[in-house]
Design a protein around this ligand. Sequence first.
Ligand code: NDP
Ligand code: PYC
Length: 338
Amino acid sequence: MSDTVKLTLDEIHGLSLTILKNAGYGPDHCTAIADLLTTCQIDDCQSHGLFRLLMCAETMKAGKVDGHVAPVITPSDNAIVRVDARGGISLLAFHEALPHLIEKTRTHGIAAMAINRCFHFSALWPEVEQLSSAGLAAMAMVPSHSWVAPAGGTRGSLGTNPLAFSWPRQGQDPFTFDFATSAFARGEIELYRRAGKPLPDGVALDKKGNPTTDPHAAMEGAMLTFGGYKGSALSIMIELLAGPLIDDLTSLESLAYADGTSSAPYHGEIILAFDPAQFSGGRVDENDARAERLFADITGQGARLPSQRRYAARARNKARGYVEISKSLHDDLLALAR
Ligand code: NDP
Ligand code: PYC
């Protein structure tokens, strides 16, 4: 018997909606979450595609998230779009505030969205790519739960804190990267644990502070940042910009708020957008050409640009009309759908 299951693109979306509705999410949140998970799964993002439905259901079960709440956007004259998710999942807040961020970025040249009081479980690249598809450069970052030790430390102080960036390219997919500042995302460690596979070296410490390749021990101990003290400093920056700067929680505070439940991290998110037309003094075409020369120099030596694997997966999955997920995940999802 195969250990993977094929799902059509409609089945991914339908299964997501069923599970979210069963879990207790209202129609607007169901749609925002199912759209995002479908987008991620089509690109073969296994750690942040359908797998995240388990976290959505756990978060509802923990009794903390509001599955029906409407986000509230505070009007402003400056370049900050502030949206209060009011204890809902972040995605609906982002979706509703996005047109305001695009408009403010075109007005001011640079603008930011601050999402407050949201539960957050998702990949960031779909958000920055919605801005690059509007012709803007963008970056996004969030804290999570304090599972990650700072460089030189032995216990979790920092989140897995992803950083995403997208740069628009004329007539082709944008230049995008999106990664956790931990050596592995927590979701990736969970997938190793489910598959019974050991982790590579350099990803985690056990409870006693010793290096471990056992995913169980890693989840009970502390994860490590990528790139030693450099990833650690970036992760601290994300704590500050998406936490105290925007009047919201750090990963330490998010984990305390979860109070021993398996709910998604609860905190804020910051998204920055830049209008190339204004920054380049109107010389967009010349500067795009310079960016393209840089990309060509990179790919010309055999290196690949980030997101190329994802774009290839998207093209392949759309052409064949289905994605593949592990049978064990599919079994767990069917149980939630019943
Ligand atoms: P990966 O390590 O899988 O990938 C990171 C990025 O690096 C991707 O853009 C990837 O492109 C690129 N990349 C990978 N290999 C290469 C290579 N050889 N050359 C050039 N580029 C490369 O990401 P993570 O596991 O760290 O994160 C996965 C997702 O988890 C992210 O989307 C992130 O937002 C999400 N996440 C969310 C959190 C939250 O709190 N909401 C917390 C942590 C993570 P490609 O995809 O094409 O391989
Ligand atoms: O994979 O680290 C992670 C993560 C945290 C919250 C959502 N994903």
